[in-house]
Design a protein around this ligand. Sequence first.
Ligand SMILES: *[C@@H]1O[C@H](CO)[C@@H](O)[C@H](O)[C@H]1NC(C)=O
Ligand SMILES: *[C@@H]1O[C@H](CO)[C@@H](O)[C@H](O)[C@H]1NC(C)=O
Ligand SMILES: *[C@@H]1O[C@H](CO)[C@@H](O)[C@H](O)[C@H]1NC(C)=O
Ligand SMILES: *[C@@H]1O[C@H](CO)[C@@H](O)[C@H](O)[C@H]1NC(C)=O
Ligand SMILES: *[C@@H]1O[C@H](CO)[C@@H](O)[C@H](O)[C@H]1NC(C)=O
Ligand SMILES: *[C@@H]1O[C@H](CO)[C@@H](O)[C@H](O)[C@H]1NC(C)=O
Ligand SMILES: *[C@@H]1O[C@H](CO)[C@@H](O)[C@H](O)[C@H]1NC(C)=O
Ligand SMILES: *[C@@H]1O[C@H](CO)[C@@H](O)[C@H](O)[C@H]1NC(C)=O
Ligand SMILES: *[C@@H]1O[C@H](CO)[C@@H](O)[C@H](O)[C@H]1NC(C)=O
Ligand SMILES: *[C@@H]1O[C@H](CO)[C@@H](O)[C@H](O)[C@H]1NC(C)=O
Ligand SMILES: *[C@@H]1O[C@H](CO)[C@@H](O)[C@H](O)[C@H]1NC(C)=O
Ligand SMILES: *[C@@H]1O[C@H](CO)[C@@H](O)[C@H](O)[C@H]1NC(C)=O
Length: 514
Amino acid sequence: MHLAAALLGALAFCGPSLGLQNASLPSIPSSPPENSSFSLDRALFSFSIEFAYLDSFTGNGSAPNELTRSLMAQLEQRTGVGPDVRPGGITIDSSIFNRNAPPLTLSMSSSGGIYRTTFGPGLYEFLNVFPNSTKFVASVNLGNATVSIARDEAAAWIEHISADRIRAFELGNEADHYGGGSRPTGWSSADYTATFLGWTAFLKRNLSLPDNAFQAGSFADDPIKGEDFTTANIIAEGVLDSNSVMLFNQHMYQYSTCDPARNAIATLPNLVNHTNITAFVNEFVPQVQAANAVGKNFVVGEFSSVSCSGKQNVTDTYGQALWLADTMLYSASVNIKRMYLHQGATLVFQSSTQANAPGFSWYDLWYPTETERYGSARASPSFVAALLVAEAVGSSGKAKISSVPIPNAPDLAAYAVWDSGELSRIALLNLGHRNVSSAPDEAAVAVDLSGVATSGATVKRMTGLGMDSKDTDGTKWAGQSFTNGTATGDEVIEEPENGNVVIVNGSEGVIVFL
Ligand SMILES: *[C@@H]1O[C@H](CO)[C@@H](O)[C@H](O)[C@H]1NC(C)=O
Ligand SMILES: *[C@@H]1O[C@H](CO)[C@@H](O)[C@H](O)[C@H]1NC(C)=O
Ligand SMILES: *[C@@H]1O[C@H](CO)[C@@H](O)[C@H](O)[C@H]1NC(C)=O
Ligand SMILES: *[C@@H]1O[C@H](CO)[C@@H](O)[C@H](O)[C@H]1NC(C)=O
Ligand SMILES: *[C@@H]1O[C@H](CO)[C@@H](O)[C@H](O)[C@H]1NC(C)=O
Ligand SMILES: *[C@@H]1O[C@H](CO)[C@@H](O)[C@H](O)[C@H]1NC(C)=O
Ligand SMILES: *[C@@H]1O[C@H](CO)[C@@H](O)[C@H](O)[C@H]1NC(C)=O
Ligand SMILES: *[C@@H]1O[C@H](CO)[C@@H](O)[C@H](O)[C@H]1NC(C)=O
Ligand SMILES: *[C@@H]1O[C@H](CO)[C@@H](O)[C@H](O)[C@H]1NC(C)=O
Ligand SMILES: *[C@@H]1O[C@H](CO)[C@@H](O)[C@H](O)[C@H]1NC(C)=O
Ligand SMILES: *[C@@H]1O[C@H](CO)[C@@H](O)[C@H](O)[C@H]1NC(C)=O
Ligand SMILES: *[C@@H]1O[C@H](CO)[C@@H](O)[C@H](O)[C@H]1NC(C)=O
């Protein structure tokens, strides 16, 4: 007994212990290989905020939301720029600008559905809560087939936000869902392309916009199985012909609670799964390549794990942080430039068969105000993923990333980051499942870094009480929690054991800084 304890103690100091799964990083080139990503955009981690609920997240000009301000500042501190913000989503397509109107007014049905969002110049003061380095996607109404509504909205953006802070203009949201609603049944990608060409030509002339000021696409449906509305199809249909496309974007939701069939498979174990995540993101690679082939970037203009506002006990857990970090780093490795994580609240009109009742979405990265659903305003348990991703990207604007498969550890996602030409960081995400009720070493992996580690390597760790935990205080990045937007607790910077082994417990992630 005594001897065994002594032996275990000794093992803990001289290498991986017996119960652990072992994994070795393959050797990784010291400079970025040909097939690493383009330079990472420092705003890789960006946000989309449902237009009708913008003020819930931002506050207003006289009372900005301090939690939102603090959380966004955490990102800016790490990357040197604020995240992009896209006030958009389904409700942009029933929005109207009126220069005499108050900042934001919702017209609602008796069931709580929003059929119109009217906004005035005061709305632009909401945006002061974001860092000055934040750029905005100026989304305008395409759902209402009246181009003057879009014109007046674009003109309002130009009047109130300086041109260098407008990333791109965007026409409408998820136009692939317009057929049989705001457009005739049979509405196709060719109809979208023709409309895009006509409207952008008019807006460019009317508002003296420069060439290539718009992001095209913004489609909802996954680009698989003969899907008509894709980046590749609209390029083939001539969407570049009005010289108005800056970049392409599509939306990405791996799971859904919009109907019972999809709700059934939107489970936490299915979400927290590297094999599932990479297979899903890979469906978008042909669209990224189609955009890149015509010299344009591809971004994911709106996304989260589960559409129709997420799922209780799934997307409001720390497991969402693992899903988010892996989805974003893997997407970056296949040249998706930025990703706009959607924030909002349940939309009654989105689906008549959805699982969710009204209230802040279950996937929101933070709960900006006190509510009955969530209690006090605070960061969600998945917020720490934003810090991990921001530190993986860094602040140079010259980092490149590759995914590094580890065949004998399929639940361990590994990413190499070369910064300014040199191998600089390794992100390791252990998507093995450890719940609150699990043993602490459930699914733990000892990762041998001898292929890459140099002396002086340091480690920062993302952890939580378990993948099913909703306790934000228990979620940590480098030893600190960020529940109210500021770092609480002492920062913990670790060193690899023996200089070359890092233990990543189940449902944890680390960055090794070389
Ligand atoms: C992990 O490696 C250690 C030391 O190299 C070894 O003793 C142990 O058996 C290995 N564990 C597994 C599960 O292979
Ligand atoms: C990149 O190329 C290397 C060397 O050819 C190869 O081993 C690796 O699997 C490739 N990585 C990706 C992500 O394609
Ligand atoms: C701004 O928000 C605060 C807090 O919700 C509210 O009291 C105030 O009336 C709002 N101001 C305007 C101009 O709407
Ligand atoms: C968070 O808490 C700290 C310490 O109590 C306080 O200094 C800070 O102002 C709070 N931040 C927010 C956004 O409430
Ligand atoms: C952002 O810009 C505004 C207006 O130029 C200025 O008042 C404010 O101090 C700036 N904020 C920061 C954090 O630099
Ligand atoms: C389009 O806008 C007009 C003018 O404001 C409005 O009357 C109409 O209801 C809108 N249509 C839809 C489908 O929202
Ligand atoms: C732009 O369009 C509006 C109508 O939507 C019109 O009143 C205005 O004269 C146009 N301006 C230019 C420069 O074409
Ligand atoms: C995802 O992973 C689970 C294992 O947890 C598997 O059973 C499931 O079929 C996978 N696929 C999807 C689409 O969730
Ligand atoms: C989530 O968990 C809570 C507490 O266990 C439970 O009351 C609730 O019904 C669960 N929600 C769903 C959608 O499963
Ligand atoms: C992830 O899903 C794959 C199938 O897609 C399965 O083989 C694997 O065991 C799952 N991993 C976990 C941790 O459940
Ligand atoms: C973890 O919790 C989830 C959600 O409650 C459950 O579906 C899963 O089976 C649990 N996994 C483990 C390894 O305990
Ligand atoms: C990982 O699990 C071990 C138990 O195997 C525990 O001692 C350790 O504190 C855990 N590490 C972290 C960072 O939670």
